[in-house]
Design a protein around this ligand. Sequence first.
Ligand code: FES
Length: 241
Amino acid sequence: MQKERICSATDIPDNGMKTYEIKGVKVLVANAGECFYAYQGLCPHQDVCLDEGYFDGSVLTCHQHLWQWDIRTGEAMGLAEAPLEKYEVEVSDGELFVVQSSALKAVEMLKDVSAATLSRLEQLAKREEYDEGAVVYEVNDPTDDLYVLESGRVEFTIGREDRTRLAGFMLRKGEVFGWAALLEQSPRRIAKAICHEKSVLLRIDGGAMLEVLEADPASGLVVMRRLSELIARHMSGPQNG
Ligand code: FES
């Protein structure tokens, strides 16, 4: 778990909000009257700074297309089609800190995996920082590793050379990509993954992960079920494997 100082509590007025850059990631901090909340700094719709929007102490509104969120939870309201990524905030001696837990705990595919297996997977995960525009993998690269997005944003293009196009979606914290590393029949990437902003990824060797799962068949079954659901979803939509 990582803890980073943001600012003093008095830096943000009641019903006010400010954006800070924490290790290259924009974080919006809102003061809802004695309670502080921290969220992704950019609107999940388009790259608009949320601190240019409106905040009435309970609802945050992006000024661009009026998507709204409940400030206590980050859940979408009204027109909004996606929730906000939330960060835990700690207040200590009048100072605000953002606390980032392991992204693996937020991975849907790993929910219900035993604590021991999750711990082994955390040991396998290599934390890597990527600059904006950095390419994580290209079409036709080997599918050795899978990735979990810890912070930042990753987008995908499909196609080759001058005939590429955006896959049309971006990932959020805790989402897995490059999951072809868990499939024996998919040795090559079919999409290109690019960091849309400075991002932190957990990289996990696919073969080593399979060995951990084989040692805990109950957890392995859960992961494989979730993986098959993920594949089914992507076969009828964008691909990021
Ligand atoms: S950019 Fe924020 S709602 Fe469209």
